[in-house]
Ligand binder design. Structure first.
Ligand SMILES: *Cc1c(COP(=O)(O)O)cnc(C)c1O
Length: 343
């Protein structure tokens, strides 16, 4: 059975064009820096994000970890949101592997950090304190509902950080969704940050990989850390070939997913018992009211029987994610399946 898989945009399979490019990719040993396709992807990523250099990494988690370790030494502190992916969902890597202490600030509903909170969190130069070294932002913000931050906000945080000698890392796993939602060049969002990581393997459909971008000097450090983490790959051009298509083509179509997210939300809102949020990008969040006699888990099983896979995020909550492989018919079918499942 072909499911309409709304659990995440990570379920996206490579497009036929990607598979063809992968089969034909020119490759070399990337640990020697000799894979022409990896080099091309890294240069393209740097150009798109307005940075000097890029580094292909096997996952977003590795990219964020390498970034934090390149910015911070042991005992330094990173300021991070309490709903940040880096804080919640990366197995505590920055502290376990880097000895980096984290200061967690409350994320506001739109995924941002309040500047006053950041200001209060920056440590004085006192031997009792760890050294505040880095601020991590996330755009779009996953746990906060696919919300996006503006270039103005990002610029403010960066200016503030730089005045106080801190760096800014942007967890931009879905930063191209953030730029598409605002109709702006992604450089406006990545420019203010010292480093940025984005994922090729989510809404951009590539099978594997992320790219970390920053200054030459920063990427040189991150490169050594990637090796330390076991992330040196050999003929990785096979993967990078799909990444190039992801960057050149798939970034241009994300607004379609956002429009379908709105249509899905509008359709689901008509179903009695469902409370549906307004999607900011490609994610729809919904709660199941008390009038519905099923938990989210039970509903998910009923939906599966109707060919729809939905992400359960709470006892009565779902997250549905739009992506390349969900078309208008898929949206209609998902709305119909929900209508039947709640009855
Ligand atoms: C998915 C994601 C990551 C990590 O990427 P992986 O490739 O799954 O390791 C980091 N940050 C955010 C916001 C993400 O959504």
């Amino acid at each position: 059975m072909e499911y309409i898989d709304l659990r995440s945009d990570t379920v996206t399979k490579p497009t036929p064009e990607m598979r063809e490019a992968m089969a034909k990719a020119e490759v070399g040993d990337d640990v020697y820096g000799e894979d022409p396709t990896v080099n091309r992807l890294q240069a393209l990523a740097a150009e798109k994000t307005g940075k000097e250099a890029g580094l292909f990494v096997s996952s977003g988690t590795m990219g964020n970890l390498a970034a934090v370790l390149a910015h911070c030494g042991r005992g330094d502190e990173v300021i991070v949101g309490n709903k940040a992916h880096t804080f919640l969902f990366e197995a505590g890597g920055v502290s376990a592997l880097g000895g980096v202490h984290s200061c967690q600030l409350p994320n506001r509903p739109d995924g941002s950090l309040a500047l006053e909170d950041v200001e209060a969190a920056i440590r004085p130069d006192d031997p009792h304190d760890p050294i505040s070294r880095l601020i991590c932002l996330e755009n779009t913000h996953n746990r906060c509902g696919g919300t996006f931050q503006t270039p103005e906000y990002t610029g403010q945080v960066a200016e503030f950080a730089h005045e106080r000698g801190l760096a800014v890392h942007l967890d931009g796993a879905r930063v191209f969704n953030a730029s598409a939602a605002q109709g702006i060049d992604v450089k406006k969002l990545t420019g203010p940050a010292d480093s940025v990581m984005f994922c090729l393997s989510k809404g951009l459909c590539a099978p594997v990989g992320s790219v970390l971008c920053g200054s030459q000097e920063f990427i040189k450090k991150a490169h050594r850390i990637r090796k330390m983490l076991g992330g040196g790959m050999r003929q990785a051009g096979i993967l990078a070939a799909a990444g190039i298509i992801a960057l050149e083509k798939m970034t241009l179509r994300l607004a379609e997913d956002h429009a379908r997210a709105k249509n899905l939300a509008d359709g689901l809102r008509q179903i009695p018992g469902l409370e549906v949020g307004e999607p900011a990008t490609n994610m729809v969040f919904l709660s199941v009211g008390e009038s519905v006699p099923y938990s989210a888990q039970e509903l998910a099983a009923r939906l599966k029987g109707n060919g729809v896979l939905a992400g359960v995020t709470g006892s009565r909550q779902f997250r549905l994610v739009l992506h390349y492989w969900i078309d208008d018919a898929g949206v209609e079918a998902a709305i119909k399946a929900f209508g039947e499942a709640v009855r």
